[in-house]
Design a protein around this ligand. Structure first.
Ligand code: IMP
Ligand code: MG
Length: 188
């Protein structure tokens, strides 16, 4: 499987050091706030599970799953909730945990949805950010790494549901997705 990777962009050690650093900031900011961590399925589950094991505070976890109408998420920007939160976030401190901010559409609509439920606060932790692809304003309060405009897999991120189990972030060889459309059509 690693033979499908053209280049390792972020190593396992670099990810683990960064996750710990982010968790230390979150520990300071959320002491006594009992945050609800909201993981965005499927991609964020690896980052979330590592991050929360470094949190030395009382917290709960919930998940949402989104899907886009139509094939091209980036251009339609219309989302449908496949799996909603199971708990109420009213008057709670919500920390959304995302794998990557790309066009920003997912996060933008998720923030709207969560804010409509009147939480005490909402912030975002994202492992990766591709600022050059942004179509709508979206920003992480806790960010792991900014990356260039390349399609990446590993550490929860997939191509056609594969490669999520790689412990590092890598760029796929173009021949892997050749003939299957450009990767961004396949991402949700
Ligand atoms: P956005 O709505 O365009 O910001 O896209 C966010 C979602 O697209 C992420 O949560 C990922 O699931 C997926 N995504 C964006 N870029 C990549 C990538 O390079 N590799 C794998 N998935 C990606
Ligand atoms: Mg995702």
């Amino acid at each position: 499987m690693t033979s499908d990777i053209k280049e390792v962009l972020i190593t396992e050690d670099q990810i683990q050091a960064k996750v710990q650093e982010l968790a230390e900031q979150i520990n300071r900011d959320y002491r006594d706030k009992n945050p609800v961590l909201v993981g965005v399925l499927n991609g964020a589950f690896v980052f979330l599970s590592d991050l929360m094991r470094h949190l030395d505070l009382s917290c709960t976890v919930d998940f949402v799953s989104w899907s886009s109408y139509g094939k091209d998420t980036s251009s339609s920007g219309v989302f449908r909730i496949m799996k909603d939160l199971e708990t109420s976030v009213e008057s709670k401190h919500v920390l959304i945990v995302e794998d990557i901010i790309d066009t920003g559409l997912t996060l933008h609509y998720l923030l709207d949805t969560v804010r409509a439920r009147k939480p005490a606060s909402v912030k975002v932790a994202a492992l990766l950010d591709k600022p050059s692809r942004r179509r709508i304003e979206a920003k992480a309060d806790y960010l792991g790494f900014q990356i260039p405009d390349a399609f990446v897999v590993g550490y929860g991120l997939d191509f056609a549901q594969r490669y999520r189990n790689l412990p590092f972030i890598g760029i796929l060889k173009p021949e892997i997705y050749a003939g299957r459309g450009t990767p961004p059509d396949d991402i949700q």
